[in-house]
Design a protein around this ligand. Structure first.
Ligand SMILES: Cc1cc2nc3c(=O)[nH]c(=O)nc-3n(C[C@H](O)[C@H](O)[C@H](O)COP(=O)(O)OP(=O)(O)OC[C@H]3O[C@@H](n4cnc5c(N)ncnc54)[C@H](O)[C@@H]3O)c2cc1C
Ligand SMILES: Cc1ncc(C[n+]2csc(CCOP(=O)(O)OP(=O)(O)O)c2C)c(N)n1
Length: 581
């Protein structure tokens, strides 16, 4: 077997792993790899305009396709620019492999040109990382990196490759199945625990399924099984921000999202439940609110592939380590084998209907200006038949999208949940469009967030990607302004953008079509014009400036202390609920 350079080994290993697309940006410390990519011609390289965008594009590709995203950046600033996206992928459990160039081995530690301690910097924000010093190990390391990124709880893995290792030669053969010494994620649950869970579900009078991003991670089958479990048990379903689409928003048992900006019915059901079954969700603080008041009367079960997630913030009565897809399959099988009838939860459903009747997502209209919630609903009306993929930036627009755009399918909602990274949405849309060339992909944005990776307009243009950006332009960093209004007596410190670009002209400068929507009566026609154009379009939708996003549970408050609208600031708990707490 002939020897090859480390760079050629890397490219061959990526091909063996089925990698079709790499998001990257070149530099001195990765030139041998760029040369190997050029000579091979087997992998499509997407040249982004900033390394942070490469990582978010890889996340968007991964979340929308289920395949790992791959990133290639140079040493020093290339690697440090990628750190935000690596951290984002860790927080949201996104499978990603990031290849970074490093200065030659002999220069490591000498403050060489463009040297950064990439392994040190990414130690706490990656699932695992490597510094490869021997070209003979490179092939095996790449295969192992993909195994770790995609198995168990998915996450980002960084492989730092010094330039001399890219040039030196060694032999490479595709390895067999990876068997790591210590890393063995548990995917099948203990059968006795699933039996116990089924017993608990059959006996519950007020059950709630609290689903999360883990169901999306597990693959489309898990969503199908969740739907089947709900059909046979009749249990109501809520979801975290990260799990939207796993159960359809049009489904009969759908409670809506829970947590800080969740619906009244979802949070009240969690508060009053006698059984909470967490399926691939992690009891995030935006979900639990005040911990000692979180679902005080329920028994709790947590199904999670990451053992360390269980009992991390909320103590549960039954912790089940498993891939949630396998656990759901076992639950459905056992429930059916026992021929359990659908439990009679009529009384529970009646109470939920009462909470739902408060219509917590309703909003007042502003005759003169476009209400942002109305804009999201109009976007949904015009596009839902095409099953669009929606990405977002971070802020009020993100929450309004989560509340008002009904998601029916998994892998169609891509958002930065754990890190809350402004600048995520446009590159994520680019990655999603590349992974789903025929899909309608829309980034719902705020005018502040979109500027954080605005340079990526050029990337979409270069690769002829018909991505749409829909900006809800309120001229404020709206989410910051809302917190300032509610907790700092409306002292709007630095949350107004005095100088904004003309987004229509900016889009045109990059070769995009630009559309401005200014009045409520132009909303539908503006959206239609956006959809009619088969290239990239940026829409600057001017919305009512001072609207707040409700419902809202103030940070650290209990689910029962929800603000429904500005004039209903507390005490939304109904008498029935008050009696039980
Ligand atoms: C401005 C803003 C406001 C927000 N408000 C809200 C809000 O109101 N409500 C809300 O819900 N969130 C909100 N979030 C998001 C929040 O910060 C968290 O990101 C989110 O709640 C976490 O979702 P999750 O529990 O589904 O966990 P994820 O981060 O998706 O983690 C998934 C969990 O499932 C496990 N898992 C992964 N794969 C599998 C598998 N195959 N099988 C089994 N388990 C698996 C993981 O180990 C992990 O524990 C907000 C974010 C922002 C930026
Ligand atoms: C990189 C980054 N910096 C700061 C923040 C804090 N932050 C959260 S929301 C927000 C304002 C977002 O404004 P905009 O994009 O206009 O959206 P809006 O809330 O108005 O819908 C800020 C600054 C963040 N989430 N990410």
């Amino acid at each position: 077997m002939a020897e090859k350079s480390g760079a050629d080994i890397l490219v061959e290993a990526l091909c063996d792993l089925g990698v079709e697309i790499v998001f990257g940006y070149p530099g001195g410390a990765v030139l041998p790899i760029y040369d190997a990519l050029f000579r091979s011609g087997r992998i499509k390289h997407i040249l982004v305009r900033h390394e942070q965008a490469a990582t978010h594009a890889a996340e968007g590709y991964a979340r929308s396709t289920g395949k790992p995203g791959v990133v290639l950046v140079t040493s020093g600033p290339g690697a440090t620019n990628a750190v935000t996206g690596i951290t984002d992928a860790l927080m949201d459990s996104i499978p990603m492999v990031v290849i970074t160039g490093q200065v030659p081995t002999a220069l490591i530690g000498s403050d060489a040109f463009q040297e950064a301690d990439t392994v040190g910097i990414t130690r706490h924000c990656s699932k695992h990382n490597y510094l490869v010093k021997d070209p003979a190990r490179l092939g095996a390391v790449i295969h192992e990196a993909f195994h770790i990124a995609t198995s168990g709880r998915p996450g980002p893995v960084v492989v730092d490759i010094p330039k001399d290792v890219q040039v030196a030669t060694a032999r490479y053969a595709k390895p067999g199945p990876i068997r790591h010494k210590t890393y063995r994620p548990q995917v099948k649950a203990d059968p006795a625990q699933i039996e116990q869970l089924v017993d608990m579900l059959a006996a519950a009078e007020r059950p709630v399924l609290y689903t999360g991003g883990g169901i999306i991670n597990s693959g489309p089958m898990a969503s199908q099984l969740l739907r089947e479990l709900v059909r046979i048990t009749g249990a109501p379903v809520t979801s975290t921000l990260m799990g939207l689409g796993a159960y359809p928003a049009s489904g009969p048992q759908w409670l809506g999202m829970l947590g800080m900006h969740g619906t009244y019915e979802a949070n009240m059901a969690m508060n009053q439940a006698d059984l909470v079954v967490a399926l691939g969700s992690r009891f995030d603080d935006r979900v639990t609110g005040r911990l000692d008041a979180f679902s005080p009367n329920s028994r709790k079960v947590h199904v999670d592939i990451d053992r360390s997630s269980i009992n991390k913030t909320v103590r549960v009565d039954l912790g089940i380590v498993a891939d949630v897809g396998h656990a759901l399959e076992d639950m459905v099988r056992i429930w059916k084998a026992r021929q359990h009838p659908r439990p009679d939860t009529a009384e529970w459903q009646r109470r939920i209907a009462g909470w739902r009747a408060r219509k917590s997502l309703d909003f007042p209209e502003d005759g003169a200006a476009i209400m942002p919630q109305r804009a999201i609903r109009a976007l949904w009306e015009a596009t839902h038949a095409r099953d669009p993929i929606i990405t977002t930036e971070v802020g009020q627009h993100q929450m309004w999208a989560a509340q008002h755009f009904g998601f029916e399918k998994p892998n169609t909602w891509l958002t930065s949940g754990g890190l809350g990274t402004m600048g995520y949405g446009l590159p994520a849309a680019i990655g999603a469009q590349l992974g789903n060339p025929n899909a309608l992909v829309i980034d719902i944005a705020g005018e502040a967030s979109i500027q954080m990776n605005i340079q990526e307009l050029a990337t979409a243009k270069q690769y002829r990607l018909p991505v749409k950006i829909f900006i809800l332009n309120n001229e404020y960093m709206g989410m910051v302004r809302q917190w300032q209004e509610l907790t700092y007596e409306s002292r709007y410190s630095e949350s107004y953008s005095d100088s904004l670009p003309d987004f229509v002209k900016l889009g045109e400068a990059y070769g995009w079509k630009g559309i401005r929507i200014e009045r409520p009566d132009a909303l539908e026609s503006g959206i239609a014009a956006m959809l009619a154009h088969d290239g990239p379009v940026i829409v600057d939708c001017m919305v009512s400036k001072l609207v707040n996003c409700f419902p809202m549970i103030p940070s650290g408050a209990a689910h029962t202390d929800m603000i429904l609208q500005a004039n209903e600031v507390s005490g939304t708990m109904d008498d029935e609920a008050r009696a039980l707490v």
